[in-house]
Design a binder for this molecule. Structure first.
Ligand code: SF4
Ligand code: SF4
Ligand code: SF4
Length: 272
């Protein structure tokens, strides 16, 4: 039973968040929302322990579809970075601000970029593309993420400064158009770079939050050097070009790790 402690721990963490927000905000939605996400993650981790090969994808589809179709399209909540700025500017600690605080700003101190591996609805689609392992060396295009980050902030600031009316409706359209653009650029870039995760590596503005916070992540993969035979398989299968054999926090592309566990599955010596 000891091996099931990690999924139980995840469930407990999410239930704590669910109950705390439910009681403090007096809103049943938070209980249902975070319980659903916690159960989806616990299920994925349990399936991984039971060696089901598509365990991560199960969680990614359960959480990603819920966020995109239910929260985004049906509830019309803009959970993109523009939605975060919007709610932040209005001073409302709801929806996107809570989502960002839990998944992308403070959560990564605990679970790194687990969001990127198990929940993001953009990557959920990109991970269906054929280049699961990058076929080209990494490019030096990481600066683009800062441009998209600033553009998202400028866009929302301009809406407020111009006193544009019916902002809720504009935010919904921004969600639809923004997602459409993300998918179009992400898919085109994946084929151009022969790398499913090229969008994550170079364009995604959310990484401006995710990367520095995940540097301090409590949950991280380490390598037992006494077992490692330097076969290089872990690096070949890694979608994010992480040098996972180096245990230091400054390891190459360390803040890119999405905890997908492909390296763990590939290691012939169970060193990871
Ligand atoms: S880097 Fe951005 S697009 Fe990629 S998985 Fe993370 S949040 Fe999603
Ligand atoms: S280092 Fe391992 S867990 Fe992290 S992204 Fe690469 S393959 Fe996935
Ligand atoms: S796959 Fe395992 S044995 Fe091979 S280099 Fe990576 S950690 Fe070492």
């Amino acid at each position: 039973m000891k091996k099931y402690i990690p999924p139980l721990a995840f469930l407990l963490i999410f239930e704590t968040v669910a109950v705390t927000l439910w009681l403090t905000k007096d809103n049943l939605f938070y209980l249902l929302n975070f319980s659903y996400i916690g159960i989806s993650i616990a299920l994925g981790v349990t399936l991984f322990i039971r060696e089901y090969p598509h365990a991560r994808r199960v969680t990614q589809l359960l959480v990603g579809c819920y966020m995109l179709f239910y929260l985004g399209l049906i509830c019309q909540e803009n959970m993109q970075i523009e939605g975060f700025w919007y709610y932040l500017f209005t001073g409302v600690f709801e929806a996107a601000t809570i989502h960002y605080a839990v998944a992308k700003i403070f959560g990564p101190l605990l679970f790194g970029r687990g969001w990127c591996g198990y929940a993001c609805w953009t990557a959920m689609v990109l991970d269906f593309l054929p280049y699961k392992q990058p076929k080209q060396p990494r490019k030096r295009w990481g600066w683009i993420r800062y441009v998209t980050f600033v553009l998202s902030l400028v866009f929302i600031s301009a809406l407020f400064l111009a006193h544009v009316g019916d902002l809720e409706r504009i935010m919904f359209w921004a969600f639809l158009i923004g997602n459409g653009l993300y998918y179009a650029i992400g898919i085109a870039l994946a084929f151009y770079c022969q790398d499913n995760r090229a969008f994550c590596k170079y364009i995604c503005p959310v990484t401006v939050f995710l990367k520095p916070m995940s540097y301090f992540s409590l949950l991280r993969i380490t390598c037992d050097s006494s077992k490692c035979v330097s076969c290089g398989k872990c690096k070949r299968v890694c979608p994010m070009d992480v040098d996972i054999t180096d245990n230091s926090r400054t390891r190459a592309n360390g803040t890119e790790c999405i905890l997908c566990l492909e390296c763990v599955k590939a290691c012939p010596r169970k060193a990871l």
